[in-house]
Each structure stands twice: as C-alpha cells, then as structure tokens.
Design a protein around this ligand. Structure first.
Ligand SMILES: CC(C)(COP(=O)(O)OP(=O)(O)OC[C@H]1O[C@@H](n2cnc3c(N)ncnc32)[C@H](O)[C@@H]1OP(=O)(O)O)[C@@H](O)C(=O)NCCC(=O)NCCS
Length: 177
C-alpha cells in the first residue's frame, strides 16, 4: 500500500525511510531553526533518536504510522513527512524540511501530494495537524493545502518543560458517509 516513490517536482521526491538516513536526520534536526517548532523532537538530537524513529516508521506491523523521506536529486534526505495516529480514517500530519529548502513552495507541494495519497490509498477522511501559534510558516503551508483552522488550544503542547498554545488545522473530505 506504500508507493516506493512519489514525484514532487523535478528535484524533489518522496520515498520510504531507510536506516541509512539516520545521520542525515540527526544533522537536520540538530538545527534549532527546525527543531524549535517540533514538539516531539528532542534537542540535541542523537543518532539513537534517529534510529528509533526510523525503526518505528518502517515497522510494517505499525499500521498507525506512514512515514516518507523527502529527498533531493542526489537521493539525500532533506525532510520528513508522516501520518501518525492513523485510526478510523483519521490521521495527524507531521512534517519538516531542512532550512536551506525553506520558502521555495516545496512543503506545500509535498503536503498536497501526501494528502492525496492518504485520502486515496489510506482512505483517510480527516487529516489534522497541530501547529504552535507562533509558527506562522507552518500554519500558512497548511492553509495553502486547503486545511482550515478549527481552534486554538491553550498551553496544550509541552516542550523543554514549557507549555505552548497551539492551533488545530484540519482537512476534511466532505464526500464521506
Ligand atoms: C514549516 C515548513 C515545513 C515550511 O516549509 P516550506 O517549504 O518553506 O513551505 P512553503 O515554501 O511551501 O510555504 C511557506 C509559506 O509561509 C510563508 N511564510 C514564510 N515566513 C512567514 C512568516 N514569518 N509569517 C507568515 N508566513 C510566512 C511563505 O511566504 C509561504 O507562503 P506563500 O507561498 O503564500 O508566500 C518549514 O519551514 C519547516 O520545516 N519548519 C520547521 C519545522 C516545522 O515547523 N514543522 C511543522 C510543525 S507543525
């Protein structure tokens, strides 16, 4: 059910994660510009963190998670997009891309294609994402992909022993029963 490759544009594609990606993930997630917005990502980020993440994401028995590496033309991992907590046709989307790739419209294209995949292949009827309120860039990406803001949750995300407000964004497939 998991395609080996999804083309995003001439220089970016999605494919399954591999254990060889561990060092690249460590490198990318030790950038505080990326990490500061990711509630579930520790900082500093160690090779053991990456290996555990890859093992979980590639475990075929794990039906609650589908993970894609975002890769450049050199087959180098430059980001990750994933569905987590897949349950009853609903899933949470989680995503990041390395800083040099920001602002080129890449993540909007990635999320649109991954949501098409989720709706068609995983039969998802609701895809939602939590965004820290200060993360205007991440919110804008979801809006560009047709997500709408359903509300704000005060002090709902804990990171580094501090609590943050977050917004809930969702994409709902209307043509379901
Ligand atoms: C959020 C993130 C995925 C965006 O990726 P990206 O490829 O740069 O996104 P895009 O280029 O498709 O779109 C970015 C949009 O944000 C807008 N933007 C950039 N800075 C902004 C700001 N300070 N305020 C509001 N909008 C902003 C851009 O103008 C663009 O919108 P536009 O196309 O309408 O002009 C990337 O910055 C990232 O990985 N951040 C760190 C991790 C993260 O935040 N993940 C999401 C967790 S919920």
């Amino acid at each position: 059910m998991y395609p080996t490759k999804i083309k995003i544009n001439e220089s970016i594609f999605l494919s399954p994660l591999e254990m060889e990606d561990a060092e690249r993930i460590v490198f990318c997630l030790n950038d505080i510009q990326v990490s500061q917005w990711m509630a579930e990502v520790p900082y500093p980020y160690f090779i053991e963190d990456a290996k555990a993440f890859i093992l979980r994401g590639t475990n075929q028995e794990n039906s609650t998670e589908v993970v894609f590496a975002i890769r450049n033309n050199e087959n180098e991992l430059v980001g990750v997009v994933r569905f987590i907590d897949i349950l009853e046709q609903k899933a949470r989307i989680n995503y990041w891309i390395a800083n040099p790739y920001w602002g080129k419209g890449i993540m909007a294209e990635v999320i649109k294609k991954v949501c098409d995949f989720g709706i068609q292949e995983l039969m998802l009827s609701r895809i939602y994402g939590h965004v820290l309120v200060e993360n205007l860039r991440a919110a804008r990406v979801l809006e560009k992909c047709g997500f709408t803001c359903e509300g704000m949750f005060k002090k709902s995300v804990k990171k580094n022993e501090k609590f943050f407000d977050c917004k809930l964004y969702a994409l709902v497939v209307e043509k379901i029963n």
